[in-house]
Ligand binder design. Sequence first.
Ligand SMILES: NC(=O)C1=CN([C@@H]2O[C@H](COP(=O)(O)OP(=O)(O)OC[C@H]3O[C@@H](n4cnc5c(N)ncnc54)[C@H](O)[C@@H]3O)[C@@H](O)[C@H]2O)C=CC1
Ligand SMILES: O=C([O-])CC(=O)C(=O)O
Length: 266
Amino acid sequence: MKNIALIGCGAIGSSVLELLSGDTRLQVGWILVPEITPAVRETAARLASQAQLLQALPGDAVPDLLVECAGHAAIEEHVLPALTRGIPAVIASIGALSAPGMAERVQAAAEAGKTQAQLLSGAIGGIDALAAARVGGLETVVYTGRKPPKAWSGTPAEQVCDLDGLTEAFCIFEGSAREAAQLYPKNANVAATLSLAGLGLDKTMVRLFADPGVHENVHQVEARGAFGAMELTMRGKPLAANPKTSALTVYSVVRSVLNNVAPLAI
Ligand SMILES: NC(=O)C1=CN([C@@H]2O[C@H](COP(=O)(O)OP(=O)(O)OC[C@H]3O[C@@H](n4cnc5c(N)ncnc54)[C@H](O)[C@@H]3O)[C@@H](O)[C@H]2O)C=CC1
Ligand SMILES: O=C([O-])CC(=O)C(=O)O
């Protein structure tokens, strides 16, 4: 049985617990959160009663897998030390790897621990195709992200338009994935994932829209290269508990965890 440490117990973490509970091939032995709130206690009691609720992984704990679905700060705080200790990790907060030097630090920590960090595809699809296409050579990758105005609240979009008053789609950002990550860090996961799989942060072009006409998180990718061309549209339903997060991200975490215990992985 695989023993898992879950980092974060918010919209994604609690849905992941829901979907994994009852699977006898694994158990969640640790849940790491900055504050052990009554909501976290209730979720853990209901879905992972054997789990220890802690702020950091104890030095003598050796989970088989660390699953990050907490936010960018958790990479520095939990993932790097665990990788260095040889604990493999799956990472949802890919946007954190846009910070200068962070992708290299994750790689170095995994090398030091002789283990592996797996970057999840999260809310976007086609990462397998894009990463394979890179081998033959990519020419352009363009990402367009479109979300309902309320999904952009608390971001610099509030300074470039009146989110509540929008009657049509408004382009709140156009530039490189590196600039997008700096301005919209909490919405930078998809852009960062596409960059890491494809042309890198400076050559991946990003356009972001606040669009009152959509109710989903719409992610579009256009890529061209030696392989031919790819066009992809995802219309991700947002999680009720966090409209900034697409439900597919939860399923992507669960897929990855189950691939770790399944005899046939896909
Ligand atoms: N790769 C992708 O496509 C996507 C990735 N994400 C990433 O997943 C993260 C979590 O998303 P949600 O569950 O919707 O957010 P949320 O805000 O609902 O939950 C975050 C949880 O992590 C905990 N947390 C925050 N900082 C922490 C830290 N330093 N160490 C341990 N726990 C910490 C919080 O207490 C909370 O339990 C996002 O911040 C984002 O980075 C989200 C959406 C898509
Ligand atoms: O759609 C989502 O779940 C999140 C998203 O756009 C991002 O973080 O890039």
